[in-house]
Design a protein around this ligand. Sequence first.
Ligand code: PLP
Length: 458
Amino acid sequence: MKNIIEPFKIKSVEPIYFNTLEQRKEILNTAHYNLFLIKAKDVLIDLLTDSGTSAMSSHQWAGIMQGDESYAGSSSFFRFEKTIQQITGFPIVMPTHQGRASEKILFSIIGGKGKYILSNTLFDTTRANIEFTGAEGVDFICEEGKNPSIIAPFKGNIHIENLKDFIHEKGAENIPLCIITVTNNSGGGQPVSMKNIQDTSVICKKHQIPLFIDACRFAENAYFIKTREPGYETKSINDIAQEMFSYADGCTMSAKKDAFANIGGFLAMKDPVLALSCRNLLVITEGFPTYGGLAGRDLEAIAIGLNEVMDENYLHYRIKSIEYLANKLIAAGVPIMQPAGGHAVYLNAKEFLSHIPITEYPGQALATALYIEGGIRSVEIGSLMFGKYNKANELIPAQMELVRLAIPRRVYTQSHIDYVAEIIIELYQKRHLVIGLEITEEASMLRHFTAKLKPIKN
Ligand SMILES: *Cc1c(COP(=O)(O)O)cnc(C)c1O
């Protein structure tokens, strides 16, 4: 098979700075073994997130110059609105400064004590915004989605039976919303099938529970549907996206993902009554409805990015380049979540560092070891991010201990990825040298951003 080449050429470059193993040890120590606390210039290959880290196209940069900065009625807003209406079919579109601002607005209105928000898997900011209102977020991931080594096409699917049972048990009146995350970021970047979205929508409609889509990676999900779900092979990405949204009542989106923008997001919906309350809050927290939390130029860049992301040559390269890294690791015996996700490869830290107990955060130990070995920044998605404590102050671990290598869009070339694979494989060969970590300081919510840790030496 021929090499899949990057479907772009490079017009503007940005240096990366090299450092030594000894320097990295020192840097990590100063940052208390928390990779969020490291300076970007001290990172060689930054796979912390694919959020806001995309390279914009020359077309988007040209759009930046054309941004209309009028306070009210900006023409950039109307381009933004029309693009989102075309893709989602939702008539009401509100720009926000990023995804979590959309969540904050939505859940402030529909959340509250005694209520449940249902999902395949809630992303961390989504869960935090739900819990902040006193409501509870509940995940219903399908069985195959819980097992990192099972190969299945749609491991992001909602567990339909469990969802039904829960609605019967708690009563639909206590469930103001169901939200499907596509692709399922916290569950390995795994896609959700069209059939599963449709089935969920049938149940939600029956109980009059609005269904929203967390649409951050709608185009990557649409590409998986096209290539994995029978009947969609010849459909365009735009058609598939339209069908996905047709089963829902609204969506939240971070434009920092599949819109190739460095900032931005939106909230879109059908219901004019809900929209009225959302818009009132939007004006207080984000801005006037035709700019939300954004500059006119951002609206322009997002509108252009949303159309670019649906290009099949791009999506083919995108999905194949993630698979490329995954295949190299699998060939070397490195335990990863299979199949590869849409935006990231997830190392299975529980297996990779099987000698480190869960209470010593094997995911974070692996992520920090990768930084020391090769200057690669990744992120733990495990018990540091999602762990809780019981009444006896013992750790209730997360379902999985993963380390996510998120690949920024259109940023790194194949040789960068080859280097990443080399470092991971080298580390795997000497994995027994990696030791566990303990937390020395933490916040009560979203603790992974600021927690301080240290190695457990004995
Ligand atoms: C990034 C992300 C969000 C939050 O978006 P921000 O722009 O970071 O606020 C919500 N859901 C998912 C699935 C995400 O990946």
